[in-house]
Write a protein that binds this ligand. Structure first.
Ligand code: NAI
Ligand code: MG
Length: 496
């Protein structure tokens, strides 16, 4: 495993030694001296040991971020100078793209081609996009009574706690840090315990780019320790979280005590709706991308695949056949389309859902089990799975699985498709496949979700907002909408 690509020597350095955390511009060990292991999901082998942040480390990091914010080294820096620093971050990510992509694939298990050609360039692009906003964040002159001059300032929120998941580790750093830095905030970023390595490497690049000490602090550690301490800390002004709906609700409850600003990007159970008048080949490809990209560990995965009754059997067959042709294996092999799941815990969770689906009467047309073929038996691989015989009220159709598992469900007509599609607590995304333009418009409006893709799936661009309806969370990331998460308006009155 892993022989197909020659590792950059810097990757070996990075995965070899115990990794420290970044607080106030310095690399430090955890106050407790504790570390945790991060394994390679493809082999189960330990890649690196990482400092395990806890409440005391979080407190130091928050105080550093608070000081940096209050001293104004970042928020009051000339906008063009801050812009230059964000552009340098983007350039440095691109300069080290091979190394970052290798680290990402080693730590997360995703195919190297995806790390190298999707995640890392998108991370650089996100910093570059928000660099451009820094000189274009305006307040307003308001038409008040002429006895006064009234204007609004768009000021940063302050100290931001940013808690991210393991499915797109570096990209999630960029989605959080790009807009918060652009708006003049300071941060404590907590990467997921499963995938801390690229965030820590990014920390080195941030310093190299000229981000002042304390402006970004990176504290790896577990959710119940480092994450919870960040959520509770009274000096933190805002929490931005991406992860499970369960933890999102916990954060919502916990932050009530200090009334922090909160934005939440949570789980999904997205409907992908295929009408019988669709381009079937394109819809099959879109359905595959929708659910097997990143081994299905994607919050907007199109896991409920609704297919119009008369097309259902043929479509399910074709999907299973095409899915069967996707190579699963060594993430560094350029032919690999589906890698391992991120962790043993995720493997157990997903295989648990496979068992639950079979028990409730769903039939796997393909897959339905762990992949333990030679060379993969030590990794956390689950075979791409296509379930039929699924009803929308079964556990596998209601709960987020976060693995390479799709449920194909028939529907009668447009109304039925919309009703079943919306019959979920989630509302992150949806897909619609049809050649009928009017139908596409109607269904796109009728679905209650933050993103709807018509005749495509999983299309992302930093210019377009992303976020949830219903229990998929609130707040919009990316695009100019993310600036609203990281600024607040101040109204200033001057007596003329
Ligand atoms: P999680 O929600 O527990 O973890 C996400 C992040 O939150 C990690 O950095 C974790 O350390 C942190 N965290 C956990 N508990 C916390 C707490 N009490 N306070 C503050 N931070 C906390 O997700 P997990 O356990 O890794 O995965 C469970 C399920 O969540 C997955 O099977 C999937 O369904 C969903 N998920 C959704 C994601 C998304 O992109 N929306 C990403 C990751 C997981
Ligand atoms: Mg968890």
């Amino acid at each position: 495993m892993g022989a197909a690509v020659k590792l950059e020597s810097s990757v070996e350095r990075f995965v070899g030694a115990p990794r420290k955390m970044l607080i106030d511009g310095k690399w430090v060990e955890a106050a407790s001296g504790k570390t945790f292991e991060t394994p390679n999901p493809a082999t189960g082998q330990v890649l690196a040991r990482v400092a395990a942040g806890d409440a005391e480390d979080v407190d130091r990091a928050v105080r550093a971020a608070r000081r940096a914010f209050d001293e104004g080294s970042w928020a009051r820096m000339a906008p063009a100078q801050r812009e230059g620093i964000l552009l340098r971050i983007a350039d440095l990510i691109e300069k080290h793209a091979d190394e970052l992509a290798q680290l990402e694939t080693l730590d997360n298990g995703k195919p190297f081609t995806e790390s190298r050609h999707v995640d890392i360039p998108a991370a650089a692009g996100t910093f570059r996009y928000y660099a451009g906003w820094i000189t274009k964040i305006y307040g307003e002159t308001n038409p008040s009574d002429p006895a006064f001059f009234n204007f609004t300032l768009r000021e940063p929120v302050g100290v931001c706690g940013q808690i991210i998941p393991w499915n797109f580790p570096l990209l999630m750093c960029a989605w959080k840090l790009g807009p918060s830095l652009a708006c003049g905030n300071t941060s404590i970023l907590k990467p997921a315990e499963q995938t801390p390595l690229t965030a820590l490497r990014l920390g080195e690049l941030l310093l190299e780019a000229g981000v002042p000490p304390g402006v970004v602090n990176i504290v790896p550690g577990f959710g119940e320790t480092a994450g919870a301490a960040l959520v509770r800390h009274p000096m933190v002004d805002k929490i931005a979280f991406t992860g499970s709906t369960e933890v999102g609700k916990e954060i919502h409850r916990e932050t009530a005590a200090t009334l922090k600003r909160v934005s939440l990007e949570l789980g999904g159970k997205s409907p992908n709706i295929v009408f019988s008048d669709a381009d079937t080949d394109a819809a099959v490809q879109g359905a595959l991308l929708g659910v097997f990209f990143n081994a299905g560990q994607v919050c907007c995965a199109g896991t409920r695949l609704f297919v119009e009754q008369k097309l259902h059997d043929k479509f399910a067959e074709k999907l299973a056949q095409t899915a069967g042709g996707m190579q699963q294996g060594d993430p560094f092999d350029p032919a690999t389309r589906v890698g391992p799941l991120v962790s043993k815990e995720q493997l157990d969770r997903v295989t648990g859902y496979l068992a639950a689906g079979k028990k409730e009467g769903a039939k796997p047309l393909i897959g339905g089990e762990r992949n333990t073929e030679k060379g993969l038996e030590k990794g956390w691989f689950v075979k791409p799975t296509v379930f039929t015989g699924v009803k929308n009220d079964m556990k596998i159709a209601r709960e987020e699985i976060f693995g390479p598992v799709v449920s194909v469900i028939p529907f009668k007509d447009e109304n039925d498709a919309v009703l079943q599609g919306n019959a979920t607590n989630y509302g992150l995304a949806a897909g619609v496949w049809t050649r009928d333009v009017s139908k596409a418009h109607r269904v796109a409006r009728a679905i209650r979700a933050g993103t709807v893709w018509v005749n495509c799936y999983n299309v992302f661009d930093v210019v377009s907002p992303f976020g949830g309806y219903k229990q998929s969370g609130y707040g919009r990331e990316l695009s100019s909408y993310a600036l609203d998460l990281y600024t607040q308006a101040k109204s200033v009155w001057i007596k003329v």
